[in-house]
Write a protein that binds this ligand. Structure first.
Ligand code: GTP
Ligand code: MG
Length: 459
């Protein structure tokens, strides 16, 4: 039998590509132990580090030893994937690690797809979907807060909150379904206030979980902020001040910035993707025109727009807005006016409450008002500083929580309208289905495919 016909054993290099101290080839599936025996000569005791030569059985005697290092064997089901897993920890060079991997593949494994180890861990019940996603989020974390949140989700903090909601929802469903079965007593069942009370309590808890999850999404993804305005208003100066470094060139010459510049910063754990753009005006210059076109494209995609105006030149927010955007931008993102150069204009630095859109006076030169701008950015994102109860979450989870909330609301309406118990039961079933999508109880293959495809290979 051709061993490579066995589709169930997967292998991949689990360490980052390039040179390093150690390179790990990971194998999972029914042939893992046999492959290990072929390469190392024996199967070491499970979960014991075993120093061995890694031999290629198909090579001639002089070239047989391709590396040496630590072999680890995790016997099913006590492994990450729940299957037999082998790790060959050799020297971390791209060529030597690849030699080991190729040898493993020749012995009957096939290359793993991105995320396939985690997918198997999920399918074998070693972790739920939200936890599996947290692994990818932990690896991709751009800030310390994001990493801490992802670790909490991986440990099950998010899943535990979802399970808590699920248990209550299931208990409520049982109660309502029972009222259908005993239909003569149906009116009493639903009208005694118990169902309504529990539904509302569930709705409140769901809102609390959603708030924390939304913060988790913010910590993971951040918000995109575009700085735009007329030439010379101080856009690049504000970007540099927010970033704390001289990323953009600043000069007194209007039209200094011509291309789109990007900077990543974090305000108390909230990632901000800041985009500095060319000053908007009617320019005959072809390069500037292209810069302005790009600026407008970024504005359309942004989560928030900071309209920078030069308050010392007497620019009025409404006037600038009309001039720059009235014809060409039917749909602007939410925006804040930043009245820059308040050191020259004499405006009091800080947030000026009561104006629409909100306006903040700052000086990129002296730093006055910048703290207020940072605080404002946090507030408008709806971000709260990360606390110990937080966890990482994704947009997908928020959508599922929202659909669950809609289903519960529909249930509350049905109850208030004295609709048939069957209708309420149907809404509750729908709500449970939505929650189940988060942890993967009700996920379609299609969804799973999309989620795990975004992982890295070897994870
Ligand atoms: N006094 C004062 N000068 C400032 C302030 N902010 C920026 N400037 C000056 O204004 C000029 C233009 O600043 P930039 O940051 O290059 O302005 P910009 O909006 O990026 O300009 P373009 O890229 O040309 O569109 C520079 O000479 C800055 O030093 C401020 O708050 N106070
Ligand atoms: Mg500039």
């Amino acid at each position: 039998m051709n061993p490579s016909a066995d589709p169930d054993t997967i292998a991949a290099i689990a360490t980052a590509s390039g040179r390093g101290g150690i390179g790990i080839v990971r194998v999972s599936g029914p042939r893992a132990a046999t492959i290990l025996a072929s390469i190392c000569g024996s199967i070491p005791a499970p979960r014991h580090a075993h120093f061995a030569e890694f031999r290629d059985p198909s090579a001639n005697a002089t070239d047989a030893v391709i590396d040496h290092g630590i072999a680890l064997y995790f016997e099913a089901p006590h492994s990450f994937t729940g299957e037999d897993v082998v790790e060959l920890q050799g020297h971390g060079g791209p060529v030597v690690t690849d030699l080991v991997l190729r040898c493993v593949l020749r012995l009957g494994a096939r290359p793993a797809r991105p995320g396939e180890f985690s997918e198997r861990a999920f399918l074998n019940g070693r972790l739920d979907l939200a936890q599996a996603e947290a692994i990818a989020d932990l690896i991709d974390s751009a800030t310390e807060q994001a990493a801490r949140n992802a670790m909490r989700s991986l440990q099950g903090a998010f899943s535990a909150r979802i399970d808590e909601l699920l248990q209550q929802l299931i208990a409520l469903r049982v109660y309502v379904e029972a009222s259908i079965d005993f239909s003569e007593e149906q009116i009493d069942f639903l009208a005694d206030g118990e169902v309504s009370q529990r539904l509302h309590a569930l709705r409140r808890q769901l809102r609390a979980v959603r708030d924390t999850a939304r913060n988790g999404v913010l910590v993971r993804d951040g918000i995109t902020l575009v700085l735009a305005g007329r030439p010379n208003a101080g856009k690049s100066s504000i970007m540099n001040t927010l970033a704390g470094r001289d990323t953009a060139i600043v000069t007194a010459i209007p039209g200094t910035t011509r291309d789109v510049l990007r900077e990543e910063i974090a305000i108390d754990g909230l990632p901000l993707h800041i985009i500095d753009t060319a000053g908007l005006h009617h320019s005959p210059d072809a390069i500037e025109q292209e810069g302005i076109r790009r600026a407008r494209r970024e504005i359309e995609r942004a989560d928030h727009l900071l309209l920078i105006i030069d308050s010392s030149a007497g620019e009025q927010p409404v006037q600038v807005l009309e001039e720059l955007f009235s014809t060409e931008h039917p749909r602007l993102p939410p925006l804040t006016v930043v009245q820059n150069k308040c050191d020259l204009s004499g405006l009091t630095p800080g947030l000026h409450t009561g104006s629409t859109p909100p306006a903040i006076a700052v000086s990129a030169l002296t730093g006055a008002g910048i703290a207020a701008l940072r605080a404002h950015l946090k507030r408008l994102a709806g971000y709260h500083d990360v606390s110990a109860g937080d966890f990482s979450a994704r947009r997908r989870h928020l959508d599922a929580l929202d659909r669950c909330a809609d289903a519960l609301d529909a249930g509350i309406d049905a109850l208030d309208a004295h609709a048939a118990a069957e209708l309420l039961a149907e809404h509750l079933r729908d709500a449970q289905q939505q929650l189940g999508e988060i942890t993967g109880q009700f996920s379609s293959d299609d969804l799973l495919g999309r989620i795990f495809a975004s992982f890295c290979i070897g994870k």
